[in-house]
Design a protein around this ligand. Structure first.
Ligand code: PHE
Length: 342
């Protein structure tokens, strides 16, 4: 009886050791070595069969069945391990063989366009700043001279986080203007880039999350002609020297006068097509001279300083630049789309 216990324990010990050793093996030669030692004709498993002589026929049957089971399992473990190591017996490692290719990532078109935009403005002396995506009502609306009854403040247009303390996901990058002017005295020249959030239903041209770039320049004697010059330079740098730029009167509560800027449609080169609704022009951004009330809100002296601001959607610019037909492609993580632009 005692002898039987010992044999069973020995069988289980050999089994456990065999698996532990196999798990630690790193090269193909050692796998073969292991197989010889455990599963070979003179290996440990076969040698265990020979100690059965002392057992009763019933005990022999039990121990034999277990040993066969273990032999099968170790055999399977050996095959699996060999498959994983990827080398067959006798294979030699070739150091000339190329390594496994590792795919490099691609820049997202929004990143490509953002970098191009910030490069252009950086060369004109603009600093690059950021601001919080979760914003106070004051910075997103009030300080920008947006009245309480303005439709963009509606709960159907803006994602409010807390109604009472008036905290929300910013609907544009313009609050960064206020934050920067509270910190820095003029002259100043900055662009701010980041995510914006609006309660828009998703379709080919709308997404509840998108990116904007905002620009702000304040100094003595800044005029609308400076704004025109800088934006015209930006658009021709972005889309080519032959691009024509058009300023049309518009309205924003935080700029006066305000304008919308359009450029010649790059699909039809201004001839008229379905993208530009046969006008030859596509709208690209909003801009204007900073409203004096905005300056007063941040404590700037309106008798000494003037300035301009502009804001634009980055996806929109990428769509125009690359001829993308649907804004949803940006957010689907489909590499077939992403890898076209690098
Ligand atoms: N904030 C405006 C928008 O989101 C864009 C803008 C910025 C217009 C600065 C004028 C000046 O539509």
């Amino acid at each position: 009886m005692v002898r039987k216990r010992e044999i069973i324990d020995e069988i289980e010990d050999v089994y456990r050791n065999a698996l532990e050793e196999l798990a630690l093996i790193k090269d193909a030669d050692s796998i073969e070595n292991w197989s010889r030692r455990y599963l070979g004709r003179k290996g440990k498993i076969n040698s265990l069969f020979s100690v059965f002589a002392e057992l009763s026929p019933e005990e022999k049957r039990q121990a034999g069945a277990r040993l066969n089971e273990i032999k099968n399992e170790l055999g399977n473990a050996y095959e699996k391990r060999k498959e994983k190591s990827g080398r067959k017996k006798g294979d030699k490692v070739s150091l000339l063989f190329p390594g496994k290719p590792c795919e490099v990532g691609y820049l997202h078109p929004v990143t490509i366009v953002t970098r191009k935009m910030t490069d252009i403005f950086a060369k004109m002396g603009f600093g690059i700043v950021t601001g919080p995506e979760i914003e106070r009502d004051y910075y997103n609306f009030t300080a920008l001279n947006i009245p309480d009854e303005h439709p963009s403040k509606d709960v159907w247009d803006t994602f409010y986080i807390t109604e009472k303390e008036k905290i929300l996901l910013r609907t544009h990058t313009s609050p960064v203007q206020i934050r920067i002017m509270e910190k820095v005295k003029p002259p100043l020249r900055v662009v701010a880039v980041g995510k914006c959030f609006r309660r828009d239903d998703v379709d080919a041209t709308h997404s509840p999350v998108f990116h904007q770039m905002e620009g702000l320049m304040v100094d003595r004697d800044i005029k609308f002609s400076h704004l025109k010059g800088i934006l015209t330079h930006f658009i021709t740098q972005m889309f080519g020297d032959n691009t024509k730029v058009k300023f049309t009167p518009s309205f924003f509560p935080f700029t006066e006068p305000s304008a919308e800027v359009s450029m010649t449609c790059n699909i039809c080169n201004g001839k008229g097509c379905s993208t530009c609704h046969d006008t030859g022009y596509i709208e690209v951004l909003g801009c204007g001279m900073v409203h004096p009330q905005v300056f007063r809100n941040v404590g700037y002296d309106v008798s000494r300083f003037t300035g301009f601001a502009f804001g634009m959607g980055i996806e929109r610019l990428a769509i125009i630049k690359f001829g993308i037909t649907d804004i949803r492609y940006f957010y689907q993580n489909d590499l077939r789309f992403i890898r076209q632009f690098s």
